[in-house]
Design a protein around this ligand. Structure first.
Ligand code: IMP
Length: 198
């Protein structure tokens, strides 16, 4: 029976979004610092899946608990898929929206398609399962909204930015929400199978 999972992050937004979705299962999701683990492996992979796997493996080596690791980013068509796996490092922290708007200042409406991608890897001593989700939209021309994090204030989805949405609304359409709902189904199934075996 899985009742506690370490999430390989200390990012409060990711933790909150994850806890919101997994909480009905009664599974406690703890951060690296909650678990007393201090590890920050280099994300040297070329794909979201490689980077999530690197993070999950590094943590699993230090614990007996199951681990989930998430890697995510924004892919902008007009920038050839950038910032992609480098989303967290392309612009200075808290300046990612301004930096992206500057890089896209000459790109007209209609050519500003973008998507968020999220890959979540679940890993324990016997299993490694990959879940993924995508959220398709476009990049606006200015920052709007106060919620969320990262590129949310410039990412347009059906006429609004993600930063203009409530947490629940964002979870219902987001890349991370989609991957987490698949993870939720997997964990629910596993726990019910293990209960049935008792
Ligand atoms: P990671 O921690 O390596 O997965 O970094 C992902 C980066 O992509 C974050 O630092 C954000 O800049 C961006 N990102 C990922 N998901 C979101 C999201 O839901 N909203 C806004 N930005 C995001």
């Amino acid at each position: 029976m899985i009742n506690k999972i370490i999430m390989a992050t200390n990012n409060k937004n990711k933790l909150r979004e994850t806890r919101d979705i997994l909480s009905p299962l009664g599974i406690e999701v703890i951060s690296l610092s909650d678990a007393g683990i201090d590890v920050d492996p280099d994300e040297t992979g070329e794909t979201f899946e490689e980077n999530a796997t690197i993070k999950a493996q590094a943590v699993l080596e230090l614990t007996d608990l199951p681990v989930i690791a998430d890697d995510s980013g924004l892919c902008v068509e007009a920038l050839g898929g950038r910032p992609g796996v480098h989303s967290a490092r392309t612009y200075p922290e808290h300046e990612e929206c301004a930096g992206l708007l500057e890089d896209m200042k000459d790109i007209p409406e209609g050519s500003r398609s973008a998507y968020f991608q999220c890959v979540i890897v679940y890993m324990d001593k016997n299993a490694c399962i990959v879940f993924s989700g995508k959220c398709e939209g476009s990049i606006g021309f200015e920052q709007k909204g106060e919620n969320g994090f990262g590129y949310d204030p410039v990412f347009m989805y059906e006429g609004r930015t993600l930063a203009e949405m409530s947490e629940d609304e964002k979870n219902s359409i987001s890349h991370r929400g989609a991957a987490l709902r698949d993870l939720y189904e997997y964990l629910k199934e596993r726990n019910s199978e293990e209960n049935a075996d008792k």
